[in-house]
Design a binder for this molecule. Structure first.
Ligand code: ZN
Length: 220
């Protein structure tokens, strides 16, 4: 699918007939996230990743606040912890980009496997993050932000099924690198409903959900 097609779909999906972005009725819900990158595996892409996540959630009607976690800080219930980690084991032979666990007693945790995201968008895993050229840091930041947003939807709406665009089961090279990624309007409404009911980041059993790379679509 050409990038232009994806943008057109996005416009239809995210913009109601009156032309306004989907938004909450009253107070705009705020989702709080804590960024943990203990080994600096995403150094240089943090702000871009946070911004892409915020942009995607804003299109679903939610405001995002980020703070940076410090190593050794106690696990609190003050937001979804987003932890940037290494490649980890594949699932069914496919590299995992991100995983969500909704814990029993604390806020949900999202892990993002940065080397696998790099590989999915054609960036060598061996180069230190801060040695990447600016264009690759930018691509990586956007891709990380999309994987984070995907996992956060799982965390906030445990019942959500995979679908299209942002919630595709496998985020392809194209979806991770295109100028924009489609967000389904129904998904936005479901997210707002979940946040209104304050079920958004409440512990609700435990599950592990993964966004997998679609290796055959690494076209670069
Ligand atoms: Zn998923």
């Amino acid at each position: 699918m050409a990038p232009g097609v994806a943008v057109a779909v996005l416009s239809l999906a995210a913009m109601p007939a009156d032309g306004e972005t989907v938004r909450a009725d009253a107070a705009r819900p705020v989702l709080r996230f804590v960024w943990f990158d203990p080994s600096q595996v995403a150094a240089g892409s943090e702000l871009l990743a946070r911004a892409e996540t915020a942009t995607l959630l804003a299109r679903m009607g939610a405001t995002v606040s980020w703070r940076r976690g410090t190593s050794g800080e106690a696990v609190g219930n003050d937001g979804v912890r987003v932890i940037l980690v290494g490649e980890g084991p594949p699932v069914s032979g496919v590299p995992v980009l991100g995983t969500t666990r909704k814990g029993h007693s604390a806020a949900p945790v999202v892990w993002v496997r940065v080397p696998n995201v790099r590989a999915a968008i054609g960036i060598s895993r061996s180069r230190p993050p801060l040695a990447l050229p600016p264009v690759e840091l930018h691509l990586l930041g956007v891709a990380l932000g999309r994987v984070i947003a995907h996992e956060i939807v799982h965390a906030v709406i445990p019942s959500v099924s995979h679908g299209t665009g942002l919630m595709s089961e496998s985020l392809s090279y194209h979806q991770l690198t295109a100028a924009s990624i489609p967000v389904d309007r129904e998904l936005a409404l479901a997210l707002q409903a979940a946040l209104r009911d304050d079920r958004g980041v409440a512990p609700s059993g435990s599950a592990v959900l993964a966004a997998k790379a679609r290796a055959q679509q690494q076209e670069r």
